[in-house]
Design a protein around this ligand. Structure first.
Ligand SMILES: *[C@@H]1O[C@H](CO)[C@@H](O)[C@H](O)[C@H]1NC(C)=O
Ligand SMILES: *[C@@H]1O[C@H](CO)[C@@H](O)[C@H](O)[C@H]1NC(C)=O
Ligand SMILES: *[C@@H]1O[C@H](CO)[C@@H](O)[C@H](O)[C@H]1NC(C)=O
Ligand SMILES: *[C@@H]1O[C@H](CO)[C@@H](O)[C@H](O)[C@H]1NC(C)=O
Ligand SMILES: *[C@@H]1O[C@H](CO)[C@@H](O)[C@H](O)[C@H]1NC(C)=O
Length: 218
């Protein structure tokens, strides 16, 4: 009993640290209890303005995906009324279970009103989650602020979708930042890149991603 108590205490102390305002923050490994679902090129579907070659909106260099798009670019399909995007859709869809997207993201100062990662599909509406950058802040859609001061630095995003439990969780740099009910099950998939919001968007939008992984709870 005593050894186990000390073990627990040890974990507690190593996981906790103090901010200057004495607010305690727990660093966790959001992938604990998950197994990685290996991805290769066949799991990636590239979406970009329909009239523009991919290499004018996307580069894979130095193990980094770089996506960019302009506010006056065309949508990804002729006839679509959606905002411009350059994104990778991860295949195949999931419909149940607990799934997780992980990646390191970089958004240059100047990009605003851009969704950089999303969960597409839902029972109600087209999307379950959009994580957007506005003026260096990450927001859930356009309202709730999830994190701040994200421009011009790499940050780690872990996005968990518990379809069975109807929940979505967002971790930034291994800290739980946001939790919300989902929009019901459906044909679901993660996407990352840049996708213009309906309003308040910069002319140029860019995000970079590396170490993108998908996990599933065992
Ligand atoms: C890529 O992944 C798919 C689906 O997971 C799999 O069927 C295929 O064998 C993989 N291809 C390679 C080259 O590993
Ligand atoms: C390539 O990536 C590495 C590791 O992230 C980084 O240290 C290096 O500066 C990058 N090089 C270029 C040319 O971007
Ligand atoms: C972004 O760039 C603008 C213009 O150069 C600057 O005024 C602002 O402080 C920068 N914001 C951040 C968060 O670095
Ligand atoms: C869902 O997507 C369809 C097809 O792109 C679009 O016509 C519709 O307006 C979207 N619905 C919502 C609520 O955004
Ligand atoms: C969008 O712009 C309007 C008008 O400038 C402003 O009131 C609103 O707060 C902005 N929304 C976001 C999410 O930045």
């Amino acid at each position: 009993m005593k050894a186990s108590y000390h073990h627990t205490l040890f974990i507690f102390v190593t996981l906790a640290f103090f901010l200057n305002d004495a607010q305690m923050v727990f660093l966790v490994d959001p992938t604990y209890g998950f197994i990685e679902v290996k991805l290769n090129e066949s799991n990636f579907e590239y979406q970009k303005p329909y009239d523009t070659p991919l290499d004018q909106r996307y580069l894979y260099q130095n193990s980094t995906h770089r996506f960019w798009v302009y506010a006056d670019d065309k949508p990804h399909h002729l006839g679509s009324n959606t905002q411009p995007r350059t994104e990778i859709r991860i295949l195949p869809d999931y419909t149940s279970g607990v799934w997780q997207f992980e990646g390191l993201a970089f958004v240059p100062n100047g990009t605003t009103g851009a969704t950089i990662v999303q969960i597409h599909g839902a029972a109600h509406g087209n999307t379950t989650t959009l994580l957007r950058i506005y003026n260096g802040e990450m927001r859930f859609y356009s309202i709730q602020v999830i994190d701040t001061k994200l421009y011009d630095r790499w940050f780690k995003v872990n996005l968990i979708h518990d379809v069975d439990g109807g929940k979505v969780m967002v971790f930034i740099d291994n800290k739980e930042k946001f939790k919300i009910h989902d929009q019901g099950p459906g044909l679901l998939h993660f996407k990352f890149g840049v996708y213009g919001a309906p309003r308040n968007i910069s002319y140029y939008m860019e995000s970079r991603w590396k170490d993108v992984k998908i996990y599933k709870k065992c």
